[in-house]
Ligand binder design. Structure first.
Ligand code: PNS
Length: 160
């Protein structure tokens, strides 16, 4: 059984992430979407539990996608679970430098660690969670970039 792990902040999940996850789930027999508490991103809109619950809802119809969360280093997760195949999405060349640094650092910390990159569909190549939140906070329409259920969760946060 080949398991891959797709880690990210997912604050919140967008169609770009969903595209990557669906592609990965066709290649690997099991995909674990791993919601990370990314300290570098100081303020998230959603708690880890809220992000996990939104993602569960989005993928409820795909049986080989599992959702989990982890606090700490990704390599420690890999070491403790034996899941060494990591999926990351690449939207544009601008993502490459950050992703390459992260993949190299992770490999340096834990040699069996391998990062697989998937290109997102070009129609999602400019979407990011931050952009979606910024558009929503300023009253713009976010329907093209997030599923309906996620849109309502964002709107609820903004109203409060
Ligand atoms: O969705 P993001 O914010 O691009 O995901 C980045 C993430 C969460 C995958 C990355 O920051 C991460 O792995 N954080 C966990 C802590 C860690 O292992 N840091 C070292 C990376 S070299």
């Amino acid at each position: 059984m080949s398991t891959a792990v797709y880690p990210g902040t997912f604050d919140p999940i967008t169609y770009g992430h969903i595209d990557v996850a669906e592609r990965a789930a066709k290649v690997f027999s099991e995909l674990i979407i791993l919601v990370m508490n990314n300290r570098a991103k100081a303020q998230t809109m959603f708690s880890v539990e809220e992000r996990v619950s939104m993602i569960r809802n989005v993928f409820s119809n795909i049986p080989n996608i599992r959702i989990s969360s982890y606090h700490g280093l990704l390599v420690d997760y890999a070491r403790s679970t034996g899941h060494n195949v990591i999926i990351r999405g690449l939207r544009a060349v601008s993502d490459f430098e950050y992703e390459m640094t992260m993949a190299a650092a992770n490999r340096r910390m834990y040699d069996p660690f391998d990062t697989f990159f998937l290109m997102t569909d070009t129609k999602y190549s400019f979407i990011s969670s931050s952009l979606v939140k910024e558009i929503a906070v300023n009253g713009g329409k976010i329907d093209p970039w997030v599923p309906e259920s996620v849109k309502w969760e964002i709107l609820k946060k903004i109203e409060n």
